[in-house]
Design a protein around this ligand. Structure first.
Ligand SMILES: [Fe+2]
Length: 318
């Protein structure tokens, strides 16, 4: 049997059960239950208020890298405990566009009041990654539910490795050579032009420069350690592919977006109060499902800084 370290998706040993595109890892210190065949797992046996020993932390990171979305239930954390757990994944950062939570500049909130329409939350119409306009877009988001609807309001995820791995070689080759311009420069001016009841809830002031709100990234993102490739082209903040017209870019993007909709790439998480999710914002796409009315949904989060995205031509850099 091939060792796990040299396995690449599509080359796994025949007959071995596969989850999230690779054989199921072993866990000794935590209990891990996959949520779907594509991504996501629920972890139990961990109290995130307590310090985590190195072995347990290693297993949590292994679950994160494998499943891309890890879910913990009943985690009643203070903001400081939330931040402390987040820092195991890397440095946490503020964002220019997302409203901050309760005076914590390094925490954001996603809040829709019971009387508000769904558009106040920038969940976007499609699967997306968060803040791809930054030079170093988020590695992951650590989000906890304070208040959720009785029914609905789930968050859905799509595994961007699997989206890429199921493409034809011809399309992969085309995308491997493409770069995307992402920009967050005009979201405030666009928002101001909307009728008040249609506006997103955005952060009003921030310390980011105009230059920090636009970046060019590869359309195919390469994991800096494993070299595994994933689609990294999504609609939110998308401007165009470098060297392509906007019309051409939108046509290809619409097709790529349709691929990410396939259910066999997905998992979907039902929130409960004190559910905490960490999702990989580099190799998954996500979207909130606003299928509820007249109920409040309030989620708080930290954002962990990622590496500058590597493309297929950059892999040697790591
Ligand atoms: Fe998002």
């Amino acid at each position: 049997m091939a060792s796990r370290s040299n396995m690449v998706a599509g080359q796994v040993a025949a007959g071995e059960p596969i989850v999230a595109g690779l054989p199921m890892p072993e866990f000794k210190r935590i209990s891990v239950e996959p949520i779907s065949g594509a991504c996501g797992c629920e972890i139990s046996g961990v109290d995130l208020r307590e310090p985590l020993d190195a072995e347990m932390l290693d297993e949590i990171m292994k679950a994160f890298e494998h499943f891309l979305v890890i879910v913990f239930r009943d985690q009643d954390l203070t903001p400081e405990q939330h931040k402390a757990f987040s820092r195991h994944f890397g440095e946490i950062t503020e964002l220019p566009q997302a409203p901050i939570y309760d005076g914590h500049r390094d925490m954001q909130e996603v809040r829709r009041e019971a009387h508000e329409p769904e558009n106040v939350v920038p969940s976007f119409e499609h699967f997306h990654t968060d803040s791809p306009f930054l030079l170093q877009p988020p590695k992951c988001i650590v989000m906890r539910a304070l208040e959720v609807p009785q029914w609905g309001g789930d968050t859905a995820f799509s595994n961007a490795y699997l989206v890429y791995e199921h493409m034809s070689d011809g399309l992969k080759t085309l995308l491997d050579g493409l770069q995307v311009v992402y920009s967050g420069k005009d979201i405030w001016s666009k928002n101001e032009k909307l009728a008040p009841e249609k506006r997103l809830r955005l952060r009003e002031t921030h310390g980011f420069t105009e230059d920090q709100l636009e970046s060019i990234h590869p359309a195919v993102r390469v994991h800096p350690v494993t070299g595994r490739k994933a689609l990294f082209a999504t609609t939110a903040y998308f401007k165009r592919f470098v060297g392509w017209s906007e019309e051409e870019s939108r046509a290809l993007l619409a097709y790529l977006q349709s691929l990410a909709q396939h259910l066999h790439y997905h998992c979907r998480i039902k929130w409960r109060k004190d559910t905490l999710i960490v999702w990989d914002n580099r190799f998954t796409l996500h979207r909130g499902v606003h299928d509820f009315k007249y109920e409040r949904r309030h989620l708080i989060r930290t954002t962990v800084v990622g590496e500058r995205p590597l493309g297929p031509g950059d892999a040697a850099r790591s």
